[in-house]
Ligand binder design. Sequence first.
Ligand code: XMP
Length: 510
Amino acid sequence: MVVVLNFGSQFAHLIARRVRELGVRAEVLPFDTPAPEIQRHQPVGIIFSGGPASVIEKGNPRPDKNIFTLGIPVLGICYGHQLMAQMLGGEVTTGERWEFGKEILTLNTRQGLFNGLRTREVVWFSHGDHVTRLPKGFIDLASTPACAHAAFADAKRGLFGIQFHPEVSHTACGTKLLANFLFSICKAKKDWRIPSLMRSIVLDIKQEVGQKHVVGGISGGVDSLVAATLLHRAIGNRLHPVLVDTGLSREGEVAQVGSYLRHHGFKTLHVVDAAEIFLRRLRGVTDPEQKRKAIGHTFIEVFEKTIRTKLKKYPIAYLAQGTIYPDRIESASISKAAAKIKSHHNLTLPEKLGFKILEPLRDLYKDEVRRVGESLELPKKLLWRHPFPGPGLAVRIVGEVTQERLKILRAADAIFIEELQKSGEYKKIWQAFAALLPLKVVGVMGDARTYDSVIVLRAVDSVDGMSADWHKMPDELLEKISSAIVGKVRGVNRVLYDVTQKPPATIEYE
Ligand code: XMP
């Protein structure tokens, strides 16, 4: 495996994903992970990500300096490249101009890291500082007009630095370069493959669980569905999936998931209709954090009660969850981050339930989960659904959640999604949904005045939901969706399209 040290770059995860796409396992670790801890993972290579800081600033993030003496090849990218130069005795200064975007890189060599590349390559830069003097023992591998030391190496020690980003698609030769690092320099093995991965997950579950029973939380989402399917393969009906219908899901979602599971041999499925209790707990609650908390607590209460009553005759020892790798990273980084934006809630159940936690997808990214799902032959419609937040439609209804408002939102959202799917736009979008504002506005329908609700359409392009851009939707499609919603959903007389990026907005409304 390869360790990616994260210096705060938006692209750290993209680097790990690219490495995995090349068939090598990659794990993102915090930049200050001590060298012995890194060694414990037995990596064949280490990659330093980029980052927003400057190596010239005081207190900039720095790795354990012993990393350079482990005898493990290191590739520094952007900030990581400057850091390597500076920590090993070179010099970095702030450039006279920012290099941002595409640049032409001229190579001094087409061997090693640059094997199979052309003499001139288009690469993607994003930096202000640059290396002005190489550390002792290093040689230049490439330059641009504004950056003399755009790539350098001390090949004997296995240390490489590149000022540009090989992980982004604008760097056309990026995949080749990463492959050279992995396979020629680190001698990595290609063993991160979906079928072998699935086999080893199923085997691990069998070994861990033995003859005991497992309870599994199912939401409408992809992750818990894939986790449950793997668990079912491993232990059959000793898995007890519990699907809590909170009444806050998308149209048809609970019915679809329930029906899929029932038709695929999940004989022990429990669907718990708890819509009424959730609605009761949300009555009069308008504060977003209070709403999230009320939903989280109610969920745990309903889940616990189901185990105590319906499942009491089974020797349950494990609680299975669909936690995936980014969830773990996010919760780890939450403790380091200064401000809490939202109490994220994945219907994660507390350990106080007294069971051991089983997370079969804990090392996988979303796209890998989907590929596992495809191998398991899960329906495409369920697999490729956009992400959906744990607290459901409640965080898309600004203000109080009521039955009436849920009905309006669910209907508008279903029309929006259906039109996106029909037009083929759905696949181009990372996440799309409708939200309901706590407003009434004036309109005219037929010859009569209306005084009705406002629906906002949100569609975003993103890689991981951490940052997002609004999706540039074709005008005619927006118009069609708007007319369909106002025409078909009673109680709505206006449709808006949200054109805000994250940051400063968030994707959801609460
Ligand atoms: P925000 O609104 O924070 O959302 O920009 C980023 C991504 O996270 C999803 N989201 C959640 N997912 N539990 C989840 O599992 C939550 O509590 C939650 N809140 C937001 C959101 O849909 C978007 O994809």
